[in-house]
Ligand binder design. Structure first.
Ligand code: ATP
Ligand code: MG
Length: 401
C-alpha cells in the first residue's frame, strides 16, 4: 500500500489545562517551542485552539515529525489524523487503511458531530470494523472494553477525520513559562538528569561547568559539552558557561584542612553559580545532589554549603536512588556519555577523608582568615560561554583558557 497521506497531527495539552488564566500564555509558548523545534520543516502550519494545536502537514512525513514532538514538554499526547470526504465508502476505506500496519485489538468510535450525515454512528462503527476484520482478520480483533487501538472517526461539517493511535508526549510544562535557572553541569550521571527534570517543569536552563585545566583534560570538557548537547533539544539550545576553577581549588588546598576541601570547594562553586545566575537573569541554582550519595551530600553538608547563597537551590534528584537516576539518564540518552571515564575537578581533588558533617563555623573561619574573593573574581572574569544545540559540531582541538 502507498504511504497514507495524513492531514495533520492533533496535539493535546498536558497539565497546562489546569492553569486557568495562564493557559493562553502557556499555549502560545508551547506553539512557539514547537515551531522552533520543527523549523526544519517549512511546510508545517500551526493552528492553535483552546483545546488543541493542529500541526497541518502539507505533505510533510508525520513519522519525521513524531520523534521531535515526543521531546517537547507541555504535550500530553498526539495523534496523526487522516482527512476524507463525508462519504461512507471513503470513510470505510480510510478506516481499513489506517489499521493496515497494526496488530492486536481495536474498537471503532464514531462521533457524528454533523447530524446531517445520514448513517448513524453505530452503523458506521460496524461498517468500518467489518471491513477491517474482513481484510486483516487474523492480526486484528475487536475488543470494546480494553482495545490496543481506539479508531476515532469524527464526522464533522465538511470532512471526516480518522485517527487510530495516541502517542504519548513528554508531559510537563512548555520550557520557558517557568523562568530560567542555572544548572551546575558536571560530567556525571546526575546533573544532566537534574537539568532534564527542571526543563520538564517549564524552567529554561543555562549551564555552568567548573573546569580544572590542566588537571582535567580537554576530553573531559568535551564530554560536558556533549552532555549539554544531548539535553539541549528539550529547549532548542543551551548556554554553557565554563569557569576556570583551578586557582580557587589550589588555594583551598593550600590553606584548608583537606577533610574540608570538598565542602569549601562547593561553597565556592555555589557562590560562583549565584553570581552567574544573577548576571544571566536566572532565578535559581539547579544541581544533581541526592541525599546521602557522597560525603558532600549529607543534610549537614548541604546546610553548610548552601548557606552561602540566597537564591533557591533546586535539587530534582534529591530523593531519587542512584538506580532511579540511571533509569532516567538512559531514557534521555545521557547515560552512555556520563559514564565515559574522564576525570573531573572533583575526582582529582578528592581528599581521602572528606568530612561528613562539616561545621559551618569552621567554613566561615577559613573564609575570614583567607581572602578567596580575588580568586572568585578572577574566575568570573574568565568565563567562556558557548551556545550549544542538537546540531552543534564540536572542534575537538579547540583550546580553552
Ligand atoms: P554527578 O553525577 O552529576 O557528577 P556526583 O554524584 O558526581 O554528581 P558531586 O560530584 O558531589 O556528585 O556533585 C554534585 C553536583 O554538583 C553535581 O550533580 C553537579 O550538579 C554539581 N557539580 C559537581 N562538579 C561539578 C563541576 N565540575 N561543574 C559543575 N557542576 C558540578
Ligand atoms: Mg560529579
Amino acid at each position: 500500500m502507498a504511504k497514507l497521506v495524513y492531514e495533520y497531527i492533533l496535539v493535546r495539552y498536558g497539565e497546562l489545562t489546569t492553569k486557568g488564566k495562564n493557559k493562553n500564555e502557556f499555549i502560545k509558548k508551547l506553539a512557539n517551542n514547537m515551531k522552533l523545534a520543527l523549523s526544519n520543516y517549512p511546510n508545517l502550519v500551526f493552528e492553535r485552539t483552546r483545546d488543541h494545536i493542529y500541526v497541518h502537514l502539507n505533505g510533510t512525513d508525520p513519522d519525521e515529525v513524531t520523534p521531535i514532538l515526543k521531546n517537547i514538554f507541555g504535550i500530553r499526547s498526539f495523534s496523526k489524523t487522516l482527512k476524507v470526504e463525508n462519504n461512507i465508502e471513503e470513510i470505510v476505506k480510510a478506516g481499513k487503511d489506517i489499521m493496515e500496519d497494526k496488530q492486536g485489538t481495536f474498537k471503532v468510535i464514531t462521533k457524528r458531530a454533523n447530524k446531517k450525515f445520514e448513517i448513524l454512528s453505530d452503523k458506521v462503527n460496524r461498517m468500518v470494523a467489518g471491513e477491517i476484520l474482513k481484510n486483516y482478520g487474523p492480526n486484528l480483533k475487536v475488543d470494546v472494553h480494553n482495545p490496543d487501538y481506539k479508531l476515532i472517526v469524527e464526522i464533522r461539517e465538511k470532512n471526516t477525520y480518522l485517527m487510530a493511535e495516541t502517542i504519548l508526549g513528554a508531559q510537563g510544562f512548555p520550557v520557558g513559562v517557568g523562568g530560567k535557572a542555572m544548572l551546575m553541569l558536571s560530567g556525571g550521571i546526575d546533573s544532566p538528569v537534574a537539568g532534564y527534570l527542571t526543563m520538564k517543569r517549564g524552567v529554561e536552563i543555562e549551564c555552568v561547568h567548573y573546569a580544572s585545566m590542566p588537571y582535567t583534560s580537554l576530553a573531559s570538557l568535551n564530554k560536558v559539552k556533549e552532555l549539554a548537547k544531548l539535553i539541549s533539544g528539550y529547549q532548542g539550545q543551551i548556554k554553557l558557561h565554563i569557569i576556570p576553577f583551578t586557582n580557587t581549588q589550589m588555594e583551598i588546598y593550600r590553606v584548608c584542612d583537606h577533610s574540608y576541601a570538598i565542602t569549601m570547594m562547593r561553597r565556592m562553586m555555589y557562590r560562583l553559580a549565584q553570581s552567574l545566575a544573577e548576571r544571566n537573569k536566572c532565578l535559581a541554582i539547579v544541581n544533581g545532589e541526592s541525599i546521602g550519595q557522597v560525603a558532600s551530600q549529607t543534610l549537614e553538608s548541604m546546610a553548610a554549603i548552601s548557606e552561602v547563597v540566597n537564591i533557591p537551590v533546586i535539587r530534582p534528584c534529591v530523593t531519587l536512588d542512584k538506580l532511579e537516576i540511571i533509569d532516567i539518564a538512559r531514557q534521555i540518552n545521557t547515560y552512555e556519555t556520563s559514564i565515559l571515564p574522564y576525570e573531573d575537578c572533583c575526582t582529582i581533588f578528592t581528599p581521602k577523608n572528606p568530612v561528613i558533617k562539616p561545621k559551618k563555623d569552621k567554613c566561615r573561619w577559613y573564609e575570614e582568615k583567607y581572602d578567596f574573593e580575588p580568586f572568585l573574581k578572577e574566575a568570573l572574569e574568565n568565563v567562556e560561554t558557548v551556545i550549544i544545540s542538537p546540531s552543534t559540531k564540536f572542534d575537538d582541538n579547540e583550546d580553552l583558557f
